[in-house]
Write a protein that binds this ligand. Structure first.
Ligand code: PLP
Ligand code: SF4
Length: 370
């Protein structure tokens, strides 16, 4: 798709802001669609936000390619299956003690600092919230800080969104400074898709600000090797050079990355950019995203197809986040075929099986296994 001419002239406006200005946002912006399809998109857009910035739109090579599918709405989003709900992970219920905070696990919290994103992903778990709510005003954030000061069991705060890196540097600095002043909070994490969808946002000034708040970790979000561009590599290098450990959370999606060779290329490419694959998510049961969902076996086959075949660092943990707020559970890679009273039966990457004693010494002799 040819990039649309930029309205912004040469000015002081940073490049990333210019890229956010000129973008796809309505059915008639998608020239590849018939008028009927454009009308469908406008129906979708009334339910969920539609916006792709100029950089990410520029990665689209053709209709229905893996970049297109992530950001261009489809009529399938209008299907609402029975087992799908809007707040699939139960983030807004009992686990939200204060507005903008989800406190599900004893030692860590999810803190939504903004509801705006660099693009609106069609598969997003937070489709119900993103792009619809204003940036939380400071007094609401203060209520979150107050809650965190009182809850001394919280040692890890994960800033999420929306995309926290869409906040201005000084605004984010202010939030991080408040959190850093709380003694029991040891690590700060930021979840952001911008190194992938708007890498120009990662500026030397941003990296300099972030590194004042160590230990700070960033988890980014890449789903396809086509997203591993020189711009993305530059953004990750800036963050890594600021001493920020980088992880990646990838969503497994039908027709986008449900393929071992694509995943291998993605995971190895991330490592080359100093990003450690962290989680591979099975799709959540969110209304309007069912067309992306794969079989659970597909995810297991993919991570088993990585573990042992390629550098261990490149292998993410395959996660199912339980519907209704049960939390994240690791389901692979799994090499254990069976565990009985006597032994564990394991299968290696080449498909050969091995036994290992199930019990600690006493009894079984190692010789039985060699
Ligand atoms: C994912 C998540 C976290 C962080 O989980 P980790 O497994 O530690 O990465 C924390 N709180 C909520 C509500 C989450 O969904
Ligand atoms: S960037 Fe993240 S929060 Fe925003 S739409 Fe995409 S997946 Fe959802």
């Amino acid at each position: 798709m040819p990039p649309k001419p930029s309205a912004a002239g040469p000015s002081q406006t940073p490049e990333w802001k210019q890229l956010m200005r000129c973008s796809l946002r309505r059915g008639s912006d998608v020239a590849e669609f018939t008028p009927e399809e454009q009308a469908d998109i406008d129906r979708v857009r009334r339910l969920y936000p539609f916006f792709s910035n100029e950089y990410y739109t520029g990665l689209i090579q053709e209709k229905d390619d893996p970049i297109w599918k992530q950001v261009i709405p489809s009529a399938e989003e209008l299907d609402a299956a029975d087992d799908y709900v809007l707040d699939s992970l139960g983030e807004d219920g009992d686990d939200s003690p204060v507005k903008h905070l989800t406190h599900r696990y004893p030692d860590r919290v999810l803190f939504t600092v903004t509801y705006t994103c660099g693009v609106y992903c069609r598969f997003c778990t937070r489709k119900r919230k993103v792009g619809k709510n204003p940036v939380p005003p400071w007094h609401e954030l203060e209520a979150v800080f107050a809650y965190l000061r009182e809850h001394t069991g919280v040692r890890d705060v994960l800033l999420s969104g929306g995309d926290p890196l869409l906040l201005a540097d000084d605004q984010l600095d202010r939030i991080l400074t408040e959190l850093r002043a709380i003694p029991h909070i040891k690590i700060l994490r930021i979840g952001t898709r911008l190194p992938c969808v708007l890498p120009q946002r990662i500026t030397p000034e941003l990296a300099d600000m972030l590194k004042k708040h160590h230990p700070l970790y960033i988890n980014t979000h890449f789903n396809h090797p086509r997203e591993l561009t020189p711009e993305a590599a530059r953004a990750c290098a800036l963050l890594a050079d600021a001493g920020i450990p980088l992880g990646c959370q990838t969503v497994l999606m039908k027709g986008i990355n449900d393929d071992i060779e694509i995943m291998k290329e993605l995971m190895l490419g991330l490592l080359d950019m100093r990003v450690k694959p962290y989680y591979l998510y099975q799709a959540d049961l969110v209304t309007g995203t069912g067309h992306f969902r794969t079989d659970v076996q597909t995810g297991i086959d993919i991570v088993n197809g990585l573990q042992g075949h390629i550098t261990g660092f490149a292998v993410p943990t395959y996660i199912i986040d339980a519907p209704g707020g049960g939390g994240k559970m690791a389901v692979g890679p799994n090499r254990l075929l069976e565990l009985n009273d006597e032994h564990a039966v394991l299968e290696n990457y080449e498909g050969n099986t091995f036994k290992y004693p199930a019990r600690a010494p006493e009894g079984t002799l190692i010789q039985d296994y060699v």
